[in-house]
Design a protein around this ligand. Sequence first.
Ligand SMILES: Cc1ncc(COP(=O)(O)O)c(C=O)c1O
Length: 423
Amino acid sequence: MITRADAEALDAADPLAGFRERFVIEDADRIYLDGNSLGRLPVATRDRLAALVAEWGTRLVSAWEDWIDLPAQVGDRLAEGVLGAGPGEVLVCDSTTVNLYKLVRAIMADRPGALVTDSGNFPTDRYVLEGLAESSASRATRTGHRELRQFDADPVLGPSPDDVAEAVAPGDVALVVLSHVAYRSGAVADLAAIEAAAGDHGVPVVWDLSHSVGSVPTELHAAGARYAVGCTYKHLNGGPGAPAFLYVREDAQTGLRSPIQGWFGQAEQFDMERPYDPVPGIGRFLAGTPSILGLAAVQEGVGLTAGAGMAAVAAKSASLTGLVVAYLDERLGPLGFSLGSPRDPARRGAHVALRHPQAWPICRALIERAAVVPDFRGPDIVRLGVAPLYTTHAELFDALERLRDLVERGEHERIDATRSRVT
Ligand SMILES: Cc1ncc(COP(=O)(O)O)c(C=O)c1O
């Protein structure tokens, strides 16, 4: 049986232990297991934002000289320190949804054929593709309508290279969009093998890295990935609504045009009389004025993860999720829980899906009665997110003990289980 002493021993040997104090943790008794939805606030970000707001007050518009290149500067740091990409290949801007739209639409412009994703992909990805498939049709005649094909992947293991090979085999596919880490099960897709499977048919893959960036290695160059998007407010701790990122490998940038022709992507932006003429590199995917407060927060968050190093981050993440799986196997099965995530640690991101028929009331009871914050993904998943930079094995063990105790006592049967707007 795993004990709290085992968990403490893992913490004592943790090379990332020192990172926890670099986050704002006001109530240490409240165990936060939702960093995969919204990461904690880094202390440096709180200070940086205060300084930046002061700078806004004093320097006003003259500060733009220093701010204007932040989308590319923060992108370069993210590329090099976290994503395994090169300079000039990543921009931090807009939301993941908007970046996915821009990128898919740009790629589609030169590639006829169907759009492909898996039916378990995150809703915004599926909605963007549905919209793009529809909007490429002429409303009057319905000509040019693109087919959106959604294949069913294993709900626990996520999309496999074989799934993708089968999906692109007909030879009429424009592109494939997949999440690297599945938002429900936490399964890590085999990025390199899927790139190879799609690449055999010349089909590009656009990756959504929202759940993998800052939790598992992406190594985009090594994996042969050409296109990706992702968010910064989960494991990169960039803050609520922080700007997202967009990656296009250097050799794939030529000829791609952003469907949103904004002045921030324009060459000689302040020569305002000229017609649209986008900058040569990835900068053309900027549209309008970027959020400088948001970018500063992302810069701090990326700096923390890059400083920790992705190899150490991934090892800690696997160790934490391993603790959850071991505890589940030992003690939670008789209470009706089962594993909704891959068993192989190499195939798991930084969250574990615990399946239970009463997942929603259990989630509410954990938050309201046990000071543990997970989240719920319907119909039956309690998602426990571990954050390699600040979750400790000991607090995770405590959270699991509180969960077991609460369900044993039937506490979840005594709470108001009305569904809230945010789950
Ligand atoms: C895989 C994935 N893609 C996209 C998003 C959200 O996109 P946006 O930042 O545009 O809201 C999320 C949010 O949880 C996500 O998990």
